[in-house]
Design a binder for this molecule. Structure first.
Ligand SMILES: [Zn+2]
Length: 364
């Protein structure tokens, strides 16, 4: 099956008629993923989903036989404990994919190379022994990774999932960067399942998950295991697909940080404000969160400059497009890469409002 006509339809619909009928013809892949392997509520939710709907899903259990982290967080036993291990096998037999979520659920970015290696190798080996087949997917504990961690994961797995580094209210699903940093979409974006979407659950009960899934059944989405999902999504780059999200967040009255990108694409941003004292910042999502819009003047460092400072001092990345009451408009001089993460801070002057308009171009 070729996706090209559907992708063309999606592109046209997003450019010209957001919300149009044409969007319905685009294939929608959804991967349901469940983390940690909790023997109580999660076990019951997952097995009931599998028996009632027979939809593919992926379970990422930790494999520490003491179940320490799961017990601490959920106050329920872990599926990895010897008396509950059979549950993982049962879920696998019911048609789920079993992936690894490390042994002890420590933040891999804080461990030595040897420790990372043993977390990856041991968890895979014990799950493979348990289910009697290959374990090819990994979920980073806390979603945390560095290039070094990704390199290690690639040695043992075919694809990996992070967690959503997103701003809940931005409603922008976090999109695949590559097969080893796939991230779930925020549930708040479910009314917009335009692109392949991964959902992440922990210990939610069946009612809660069913409430999320009902609209997806109605949309005719295709549920996939994480492994299938990664394979299908990785076909997109060969098509050179570009998808454009127009996004407007209006009526901002206090400082807000909005995540606009963690994907291989570009973001164009315009800020419209009632006051020229409105401040703006543009951050890369690295741990150091560098403000790309910082202005240096002699000894002075102006972080998150106001629109009037940008006009006075000049900026490498912002350009004042309109400078007159009632609205002042700033625009990025050129689109910025969304890959690696990009967020915009808008801090309206007291008693005034501001809005952000973004055009987000995603290349899948
Ligand atoms: Zn976890």
């Amino acid at each position: 099956m070729s996706f090209l006509p559907e992708v063309e339809a999606l592109r046209k619909a997003l450019r010209e008629e957001p919300g149009s009928e044409a969007l319905r013809s685009v294939p929608k892949y959804v991967a349901l993923t469940f983390d940690d392997g909790i023997a109580g509520t999660q076990y019951s939710t997952v097995t009931r989903l599998l028996s009632k709907y027979r939809i593919p899903l992926t379970l990422f259990p930790q494999t520490d036989p003491t179940g320490r982290q799961v017990r601490e967080v959920y106050r329920e036993p872990a599926m990895a404990e010897p008396e509950h291990r059979e549950k993982i096998r049962e879920i696998h037999r019911m048609g789920a994919e079993i992936g690894s979520h490390s042994v002890t659920h420590r933040d891999l970015t804080k461990l030595s190379e040897e420790e990372v290696d043993s977390e990856l190798a041991q968890s895979r080996a014990s799950l493979e022994e348990l289910v009697g087949g290959p374990v090819r997917s990994f979920a980073y504990p806390y979603g945390a990774y560095t290039p070094q961690v990704v390199r290690a994961v690639r040695r043992y797995y075919d694809q990996a999932r992070s967690v959503g580094a997103y701003e809940m209210d931005s409603k922008i699903p976090v999109r695949p960067h590559n097969r080893f940093t796939l991230a779930p979409a925020p549930l708040s974006s479910l009314h917009l399942p335009l692109l392949p979407t991964i959902l992440l659950y922990h210990n939610e009960d069946l009612d809660r998950v069913e409430a999320d899934l009902k609209p997806l059944f109605a949309e005719g989405v295709e549920f996939l295991t994480f492994w299938d999902f990664a394979r299908k999504v990785s076909r997109f780059p060969h098509l050179g697909v570009e998808v454009i999200f127009p996004l407007t967040m209006a009526g901002l009255t206090s400082r807000r940080k909005l995540l606009l990108g963690v994907f291989p694409g570009e973001v164009e941003v315009t800020v419209v404000a009632q006051s020229p004292e409105t401040r703006v910042g543009v951050y890369t999502a690295s741990p150091e969160a560098q403000d790309l819009g910082t202005i240096l003047t002699g000894e002075e460092v102006v972080k998150e400059p106001s629109i009037s400072q940008i006009r006075e001092l000049g900026s490498d990345i912002w350009e004042v497009e309109r400078w007159s009451s009632p609205l002042f408009t700033l625009r990025l001089r050129r689109p910025l890469p969304g890959a690696g993460g990009l967020s915009v801070v808008v801090d309206p002057a007291q008693g005034t409002k501001a809005s952000v308009k973004a055009l987000i171009r995603v290349r899948l």
